[in-house]
Design a binder for this molecule. Structure first.
Ligand code: HEM
Length: 385
């Protein structure tokens, strides 16, 4: 049901990225005027949340409109500002809190119900999420019914993808079951929001550590798009260094660092160490693989595998390592269950980077803005990642 929605690039997505990128960049400028640091991970998570809620169900939660957090050293009088949350803000907060509960369950493993024998810790958060989402779903189902009655839907192409529809508009053509719609929308929000935000956070961190890469990237952006024009899909395709920087970030800091598969029947898996002795894997064995480690293996990527070097996606190393063995690079997985939003994610991340570097010529890491208990211990300096 969902795949056709992601099958092509849409102008409407660039329009919405542009609006939210502008709000985010204005927030950065406002904060810069006070001379204080911004927490980029927080800011970019709001950008991806606002973009996702708008393109998924057409109701942006405008998390970028709320105050940004202040550095722990800040003396701003607004630092402790609280106040009542709007319904959309409460949704954003509860969505995050529910994800934290689910993340803990995944880490604890199958015994997690023991930790929640007094009650489901996600229930209150999900109530707030559902209070916000179900009326939107119900509305879309009703609209679709009316469109069918009035014959607005294209009879030749009832399941076709329409340029500026949301994913919800698309899905209601297949099902009017609110639970299926609810689960599918939230599933994609989880798949697409943090992954993109985390990758952009890692990218910005890497640029602060590699100012020469930042300057080269900015040069490419200014050459292709200029200082103020909105980038197009063609511009983004043309910016090879931008793609290389994103790929190198995804290689060193893959947002999905490990994954699991279960064979549906008994299988033999080739053993590269001894091809005469394949591995026997009984059905439903949990097989996990660590993309993070695969992406740093010197036998796959060469002796400089631990180094940040976007050129490895552009120079002769592509033909030496990647082309003959494409499965060494798996940030989006591969095969039939490859990430559905891969292209969307590249577009969103590229778009944001273009707008950011059109506006700012330098980015500096302000370690003093971190609360002391969140700082990297000094003795870790120089230790390989
Ligand atoms: C940097 C950003 C992203 C990364 C690194 C990423 C990574 C991945 C990975 C590794 C999987 C496979 C998971 C598995 O099968 O076990 C996956 C699946 C998926 N991703 Fe992404 N993703 C990103 C962004 C997005 C975005 C923006 C969307 C949607 C807007 C999205 C939607 C999905 C969906 C729907 C699946 C499930 C596909 C299926 O099972 O058929 N992802 N993603």
């Amino acid at each position: 049901m969902t795949r056709p929605f992601f099958s092509r690039d849409r102008i409407s997505h660039f329009e919405l990225f542009d609006r939210h990128a502008e709000t985010a960049i204005n927030k950065i400028k406002e904060r810069m005027n006070t001379g204080e640091a911004i927490e980029f991970q927080d800011l970019i998570s709001r950008f991806t949340l606002d973009s996702a809620t708008e393109f998924l169900f057409g109701s942006c939660v405008h998390s970028l409109h709320s105050d940004l957090p202040y550095p722990h050293t800040s003396s701003s009088p607004y630092k402790q500002r609280g106040g009542e949350l709007s319904k959309a803000e409460a949704f954003a907060k509860a969505f995050q809190a529910a994800q934290d509960v689910i993340g803990t369950r995944a880490r604890v493993g199958s015994v997690w119900p023991l930790m929640e024998f007094l009650g489901d810790k996600s229930a209150e958060h999900m109530r707030i999420v559902d209070d916000y989402l179900f009326p939107i779903l119900q509305n879309a189902i009703e609209r679709n019914k009316q469109d069918q009655v009035s014959g607005i839907l294209d009879k030749e192409n009832p399941d076709g993808v329409v340029e500026d529809e949301t994913l919800l508009d698309h899905l209601v053509k297949f099902t009017s079951d609110p639970v299926v719609l609810h689960d599918e929308i939230l599933n994609i929000m989880i798949a697409g929001r943090d992954t993109t935000a985390i990758t952009l956070t890692a990218l910005i961190y890497l640029l602060t550590q590699h100012p020469e890469t930042l300057q080269r990237l900015r040069k490419e952006i200014l050459q292709v798009v200029g200082p103020s024009r909105r980038p197009t899909y063609d511009d983004i395709r043309e910016m090879k260094f931008l793609r290389a920087v994103i790929n190198e970030t995804l290689r060193l800091f893959p947002a999905v660092p490990f994954d699991v598969r279960y064979p549906l029947k008994d299988v033999l898996v080739p053993n590269s160490a001894d091809p005469s002795k394949p591995w026997f894997i009984p059905r439903m064995t949990s097989l996990s693989y660590c993309v993070w480690l695969m992406h740093r293996r010197t036998d796959y990527w060469g002796p400089d595998a631990e180094e940040f070097d976007p050129d490895r996606f552009l120079d002769e190393r592509v033909h030496k390592y990647l082309t003959p063995n494409p499965f060494i690079f798996l940030p989006f997985n591969a095969g039939p269950r490859i990430c559905l939003g891969q292209q969307f994610a590249y577009n969103e991340m590229s778009f944001f980077m273009v707008r950011l570097l059109q506006t700012f010529s330098d980015i500096t890491l302000d370690s003093s803005a971190h609360a002391p208990d969140t700082r990297v211990p000094a003795e870790w300096a120089g230790v390989p990642w």
